[in-house]
Design a protein around this ligand. Structure first.
Ligand SMILES: Cc1cc2nc3c(=O)[nH]c(=O)nc-3n(C[C@H](O)[C@H](O)[C@H](O)COP(=O)(O)OP(=O)(O)OC[C@H]3O[C@@H](n4cnc5c(N)ncnc54)[C@H](O)[C@@H]3O)c2cc1C
Length: 607
């Protein structure tokens, strides 16, 4: 049977060509093994390309008080101390070297007057820390890695979708997928597989994520036996576009606030000053003038409350809207135009610092941000939870399977700081590539099992076998209902009974998804692709809901109206989800390993 399919053979197979996948592929290839790289879209189009604000690395170019210790402490505080502290430590220590490496590979960063890589302010970072290229940092990251990777001789399979991981006993030995354009199935054999498939925001109705963010890697790994970690922690970015409806959810970068943009309600009040959390009071400005000076890199000023962590800002916006103080289309106002009161040539300055935002609003909303405030509201943005990995090696609990980037979990704890994802990709993408290559060198090739391939094929094409009109429906209706269910019941503010409704609803949607019908053929068939995505969306939605129901407290991206406070006991465990032998989803709490004394001291020093 396996011989019926064209088969590619690699030492290391990387699934996903965003920042994490490209960096993993480069590292594995540099280690001298044969590397294949697969992506659902064209190379260069991965979600990473949309990243705007920058990548966090404590280089201290703009403020020399910065160091890995401050970055580590900021990341742990932002993640509310349920982070994998080893990952937070490695990330803070290694990010500067990874950024300099990109520079050496040709990335053209913005510069300080002295010619160093420029760094900007971002929410939750004590000092200006984000290396950036205007507000198009993701594009530069992808371009640089892509150029470097291609010259390294990596084989790229574009527009391929992996539908199943293949196993030999406990070990992952490859993947099975189809070519989106032609609909032909292929086998990819590999000694080690690295999953770098990005986010899962498409489980919600309002999201900043691209069409690819359907949680594939998290679901593929889960069904192959990998454990999932802290799935309840979803980041709702405070500022997404809300008008016109066709662009709802598209991100408005935090850089707007980093450059001095302020949030106001319909009464013109800067409501963020009304609610500054206790643990951030010592670092937050007392008056707007001081906040403005901070955004202009005055070392003696403290950050404005608009730059508090995303979970908090999103909830404050939600509160204003619920209290009837929102903007006409159900958000609040984000104003950068006001800086004309402060600097000459403000319009030019805004266009230079925020070129994408200027064009985004001009073209999509017919609004000139140099003249008028934007209307913004929260949007589903990032999954802190995902595949559980070893902090040093990025290995999962399944031999031969590694994960890195947004689909992996641990670094960000309960809430990710802006800019910490792009640095996550390069730090842990590199580590995943390095250790996957090592594993591949140390282990012989496994056997691909024909019956697994046959089962994966049957499952993938089953929607064609359901005749339309015989109690089955199209995949889009199920997808739409799932996104609404999650948005309404497991969103920014959560309640026990609503999440129970969601969990029951997901079971019903699973039954409907099993019967969806698609028509036509296998060649570029978006309806069929959506039917395949449904399995992943339902898997990640169930995991998010199950973990959210268990965590009876509020922490980071997980806010429960019925348990609005933090429970110190809940800071002591992570949520772990795995697939039981009977195929059902299993939940358990797992104690967080104690923080080593030296790192505890770093956190104390930086308070
Ligand atoms: C608008 C926007 C702006 C952002 N700005 C910033 C920022 O300034 N700083 C920051 O740190 N973070 C930012 N983020 C977050 C950050 O961009 C993402 O978390 C990060 O890029 C994810 O990278 P990744 O490599 O993990 O995955 P992605 O870049 O999402 O790549 C995933 C890859 O996996 C492939 N794939 C998925 N499923 C399959 C499958 N089944 N088969 C084969 N291939 C598959 C896709 O085709 C793609 O190539 C932003 C996010 C958004 C939405």
């Amino acid at each position: 049977m396996a011989t019926n399919y064209e088969t590619f053979e690699y030492d290391v197979l990387v699934i996903g060509a965003g920042g994490a996948g490209l960096r993993a592929a480069i590292e594995a290839s540099a280690a001298g093994v044969k590397v294949g790289l697969i992506c659902k879209s064209l190379l260069g189009k991965a979600h990473t390309v949309m990243a705007e604000g920058g990548m966090a690395a404590a280089m201290g170019n703009v403020d020399d008080r910065d160091s890995w210790k401050v970055h580590f402490a900021d990341t742990m505080r932002g993640g509310q101390y349920v982070n994998n502290w080893r990952m937070a430590e490695l990330h803070a220590k290694e990010a500067p070297e990874r950024v300099h490496e990109l520079e050496a590979w040709g990335a053209v960063f913005d510069r300080t007057k002295e010619g160093k890589i420029s760094q900007r302010n971002f929410g939750g970072h004590r000092y200006p820390r984000l290396a950036h290229v205007g507000d198009r940092t993701g594009l530069e990251l992808i371009r640089t890695l892509q150029d470097h990777g291609i010259h390294q001789g990596i084989t790229v399979h574009m527009e391929y979708t992996i539908v199943s991981l293949l196993k030999d006993g406990e070990r992952v030995v490859g993947a099975f997928g189809y070519d989106r354009e032609r609909g032909r199935f292929r086998i990819f054999k590999a000694r080690a597989v690295v999953v770098c498939t990005g986010g899962l925001g498409r489980a919600y109705r309002v999201t900043s994520n691209s069409w690819e963010g359907t949680g594939d890697g998290v679901s593929l790994a889960y069904h192959a036996g990998a454990e999932l970690l802290d799935m309840e922690f979803i980041q709702f970015h405070p500022t997404g576009m809300i008008w016109p409806p066709s662009v709802m959810g598209i991100l408005v970068t935090e850089s707007v606030r980093g450059e001095g943009g302020v949030l106001k309600n319909k009464e013109g009040r800067r409501f963020m000053y009304d609610d500054i959390p206790e643990n951030y009071k010592s670092q937050t400005s007392l008056d707007p003038e001081e906040g403005w000076r901070y955004t202009q890199n005055d070392k003696n000023a403290k950050r404005p409350p608009e730059l508090l962590t995303r979970d908090h800002v999103a909830r404050c916006i939600n509160r204003e809207v619920k209290a009837g103080r929102g903007s006409p289309h159900g958000g609040v106002f984000l104003d950068i135009a006001w800086i004309k009161e402060k600097i000459p040539n403000a319009a030019e300055h805004i266009k230079r610092k925020l070129p994408s935002m200027y064009h985004q609003f001009m073209q999509l909303a017919n609004l000139d941000i140099t003249k008028e405030p934007m209307e913004v509201g929260p949007t589903t943005h990032y999954a802190m939870g995902g595949i559980r990995v070893n902090g040093d090696t990025q290995a999962t609990n399944i031999p031969g399977l590694f994960a890195a980037g947004e689909c992996a979990a641990g670094l960000h704890g309960a809430n990710r700081l802006g800019g910490n994802s792009l640095s996550d990709l390069i730090v842990f993408g590199k580590r995943a590539g390095e250790y996957a290559a090592k594993y591949a060198r140390e282990n012989p090739a496994g056997q691909v099992n024909d019956s697994q391939v046959a089962a994966a094929y049957r499952e993938a094409v089953e929607p064609f076998e359901h005749p339309a009109g015989s109690g089955s429906e199209g995949p889009y209706q199920v997808q739409y209902d799932l996104q609404n269910l999650m948005q309404t019941n497991v969103g920014i503010v959560r309640l026990q009974n609503e999440m129970e409704t969601a969990l029951a609803g997901i079971q019903q949607l699973k039954a409907r998804a099993a019967k969806v019908a698609v028509q036509g053929h296998l060649e570029y068939n978006p309806g069929w692709h959506t039917a395949i995505d449904l399995k992943h969306l339902l898997t990640v939605s169930e995991a998010i809901t199950m973990a959210s129901l268990d965590r009876k407290e509020s922490r980071g991206g997980h806010f429960r109206e019925d348990f609005p406070n933090k429970d110190p006991e809940a800071a002591k465990y992570n949520s772990v989800i795995s697939k039981a032998a009977d195929g059902t989803m299993k939940f358990r709490r797992e104690p967080i390993p104690p923080l080593p004394e030296a790192l505890k001291q770093v956190i104390e020093e930086m308070k």
